[in-house]
Design a protein around this ligand. Structure first.
Ligand code: BZD
Length: 793
């Protein structure tokens, strides 16, 4: 325990002295993390006790990913101990920042969806609401990314072995999950299928404290680990081989699912998560099962945990002996679903055969849900096409999104535009059938990590101007609007931005030995690599700028550093080729004696939550250039905004709402609208070739590209060529690129006017409060979950 700096120092030194001298930073980190862990234990126990005592409704957020990032610094911020500990360590000759860097980072997520789950955990605890996460304790998180000759390389990560352990193993709460086997139904008596010859897997929970700010709430993130069960549940045969099979379930985040084996493993992971989490909820309850929906809300984060629907039905029917109607009533009043994509290829479908083999009883229940739903739909005299869309099982496949909608009481998209597209297009028939189910919940980000923790300099500046109420109520950031004409404040803001730019330059010099001009404009495109996110358009535009510098001796623009960061999925060849292209163009530009004074391209390797924390605060320009209609929401766009970067982007996802807040004058917007994109897609009237033929600049750049000279070999752009030419540029890169170029010019001109730029930045920060995940969580709670704030001391 430490309630004062002196007390902290004393305890820290005592523990330090028990270690070998001199203690390494790693040891010092472990000691500090252990102290914080111990410090929160009492509040954690009390929170758990209070929830049981008060019998309040609890939320369980089921997610196959929780991209939580490092915990030490964030916990200290939320406990309001960061400054005290930092000063104390300083006085002892340690740097808190350095110790924080020792923490292995759990990469238990891919991107936005996983990070959203983590932001939500932070907000729920900070709003003192009873809500917990349920996920999987992958031994290896997302691969760590390297570059070799400009190509992405992937190395497995192993955060657990290296970790100080924020989580606690709860052997006492272990459960068993059956896979495979067959169903036996006796001819006589009531229908009671028995699951025979199942292969059992033991699920052991590891609980991690989620420390809320401004109070004493500590919620739980429960991550399940797959293990070999005890003797009596072991199958005959080779036990070592079985152990290996079992342990692969929580071995890696999203193993390659391009093979049937990969698919099966992923399906096992999904059921493992759902079954273990539901079994605990049901087993440890202290209320009658018939009132489950009054005491429990379950939110499924995309369709990956959609098996929660048939699994809850299984428990209610088979274990609790309920009739179908009652079980269905409870299930569909307990579970709600969030959709994060409209991309066809990301909509999950499972082969009926595989499901039936792996989970015979669960599949039988899905069939019954489908049969009953089809029966209802048939009564509505719908067209065959509509009926097909409404089918849960179709063509030997189970459509998980349809199952999720049918089995939930609420369904939401993650930004207004996305929800509208869901309702009007992708899920039109379902929305017509269930008109009150669909609603929007625009995403948010926790300002405690993305502003207070990542940018304490800016946080302090904001507080010095408007006080620090904004930390609890981010809408108070509006007060900054009064400072948009205040030259002293604007000057101070500029100084903070410069400081963050310098820090990032120092960091990257240290990590990647690149030298960045901190006076240059920092233009950042950071997110997963995907066709629709159009990193390709960005780099092709940079090549156009390069050509212009080479051709026109009078064109010598303000220096700009273009940052790219993000990972491409291992098997996504197009995205990997874009990474190679960026790095080859980077090399060409960065070594050019003239161009390098104006353009600099930097690929930040191995993007992660902690790298993101260093990048967002340093950005001047936020690239949000997805093909309109494709990005469900985006959350990086909000992190940039909150740190005062100006959006250069399309009207897509939550960027639309960002612009609603800032006004178009405080952003740079270009490109096709979602409606125009959808129109082109419908009418097939877009012909990429016309742009190549008509526009000299595009034509030059495309022929350079196709010759392979930009990528060091034409084989390195096979997939890019295929998409751009053979598939007629489905993401409208060539259609939007000139408008994009003009918009960059506008931004550049505006940047020259220092004060105007800072004014725009401050407006962005002032208007960013609505994008705190606290707002999102309040809305979910009010409109979906029905949670109440639990009073803590
Ligand atoms: O979810 C993302 C969307 O693309 C973003 O627009 C949105 O802001 C965030 C949060 O709502 N989706 C994902 O991150 N999806 C995945 O990571 C994913 C993972 C596995 C399988 C399919 C998708």
């Amino acid at each position: 325990m430490f309630y004062s700096k002196e007390e902290f120092k004393e305890n820290f030194v005592k523990l330090l002295e028990q270690q070998e001298q001199p203690a390494s930073p790693k040891t010092a980190y472990s000691i500090l993390a252990g102290m914080v862990r111990e410090f929160v234990q009492r509040d954690w126990d009390e929170t758990t006790y209070l929830y049981q005592e008060e019998q309040r409704k609890q939320l369980y957020y089921f997610s196959i990913e929780f991209l939580i990032g490092r915990m030490l610094g964030q916990n200290l911020v939320n406990l309001s101990l960061y400054e005290m500990v930092s000063e104390g360590l300083d006085e002892l000759g340690y740097s808190l920042a350095e110790l924080e860097e020792q923490e292995p980072e759990p990469g238990l997520g891919n991107g936005g969806l996983g990070r959203l789950a983590a932001c939500f955990m932070d907000s729920i605890a900070s709003l003192q609401m009873p809500g917990h996460g349920c996920g999987i304790r992958y031994k290896g998180g997302l691969f760590s990314q390297g570059l070799s000759d400009g190509f992405q390389t992937e190395q497995p990560t192993d955060w657990i072995n290296d970790s100080v352990g924020w989580d606690t193993r709860r052997e006492d709460l272990a459960l068993y999950i059956p896979f495979f086997g067959k169903l036996q139904v006796s001819e006589e008596g009531p229908f009671k299928p028995e699951h025979k010859d199942a292969k059992w897997v033991k699920a052991v929970p590891y609980d991690m404290p989620i420390v809320g700010a401004y109070g004493n709430t500590v919620n739980t993130l429960r991550l399940w680990q797959a293990e070999l069960p005890e003797q009596q549940l072991l199958p005959d045969g080779d036990i070592d081989a079985y152990q290996q099979q079992v342990e692969t379930i929580s071995d890696r985040l999203y193993p390659d699912d391009s093979t049937d084996e990969g698919k099966l493993l992923r399906l096992k992971q999904q059921y493992f998560l759902c079954s273990a989490s539901l079994q605990t909820i049901v087993k440890n309850r202290d209320f009658p099962i018939t009132v489950l929906a009054k005491h429990v809300a379950i939110q499924i984060n995309d369709t990956h945990p959609a098996l929660a629907i048939p699994e809850l039905m299984r428990i209610l029917l088979d274990e609790e002996g309920m009739p179908w109607e009652e079980a269905w009533g409870i299930t569909t009043h307990t579970i709600s679903y969030t959709n994060h994509t409209i991309l066809e290829e990301a909509m999950e479908k499972w082969s009926s055969r595989m499901l039936e083999q792996l989970l015979p009883r669960v599949y039988m229940i899905i069939q019954e849900i489908d049969r009953r739903f089809k029966e209802k739909c048939h009564q509505e005299n719908l067209e065959p096409e509509a009926l097909k869309k409404l089918a849960i099982i179709d063509d030997g496949m189970v459509k998980m999104a349809t199952l999720a909608v049918v089995g939930s009481y609420k369904v939401n998209g993650v930004a207004k535009l996305h929800t509208d597209i869901l309702k009007m297009r992708e899920m039109k028939e379902l929305n017509e059938h269930f008109p009150h189910k669909f609603h929007n919940k625009t995403n948010g980000i926790t300002h405690r990590r993305w502003l207070m923790k990542a940018n304490p300099e800016l946080s302090d500046l904001i507080s010095s101007a408007i006080g620090d109420e904004w930390k609890q109520d981010t809408m108070k950031l509006h007060k900054l609007n009064e400072f948009t004409q205040d030259s002293v404040f604007l000057g101070d803001f500029k100084a903070v931005k410069q400081q963050k730019k310098n820090q990032l330059a120092d960091y990257l010099l240290d990590q990647q030995t690149v030298t960045i001009d901190p006076e240059s404009i920092y233009d950042m495109h950071i997110k997963r690599f995907h066709g629709y996110k159009r990193q390709l358009m960005n780099i092709l535009h940079i090549q156009m700028l390069y050509n212009r510098i080479k051709e026109d001796a009078s064109y010598r623009p303000h220096p700009r550093t273009f940052f790219f960061a993000g990972k491409a999925a291992k098997s996504y060849q197009f995205a990997k080729q874009v990474i190679k292209l960026i790095n080859t163009i980077a090399e060409q530009i960065n070594t050019d004696p003239v161009a390098r004074h104006h353009l600099h391209v930097v690929f930040v390797e191995d993007y992660s939550v902690s790298r993101a924390e260093k990048m967002f605060p340093a950005a001047d320009i936020s690239e949000q250039i997805s093909t309109a209609s494709k990005e469900a929401s985006g959350t990086g766009n909000m992190k940039f905004m909150m740190n005062g970067a100006i959006t250069l982007g399309t009207f897509d996802g939550a960027t639309v709402e960002i612009i609603e807040q800032t006004g178009e004058d405080n952003a740079f917007i270009f490109g096709l609208s979602a409606q125009q994109v959808m129109q082109f897609e419908k009418e097939k009237t877009y012909h990429a070739r016309e742009f190549i033929e008509k526009d000299h600049e595009i034509s030059r750049m495309v022929s350079e590209l196709l010759s392979g000279s930009l990528s060091k070999g034409p084989e390195n752009i096979d997939f890019i060529r295929r998409q751009l030419i053979d598939e007629n540029d489905p993401f409208f890169v060539l259609k939007d690129i000139q408008h994009y170029a003009r918009t960059h010019n506008r931004a550049l001109a505006e940047y020259e006017d220092n004060l105007a730029w800072q004014e725009m930045s401050v407006v962005n920060i002032a208007q960013s409060g609505i994008f705190s995940s606290d707002r999102t969580i309040r809305q979910y709670s009010d409109e979906v979950w029905g949670l109440e704030k639990v009073h803590s001391k």
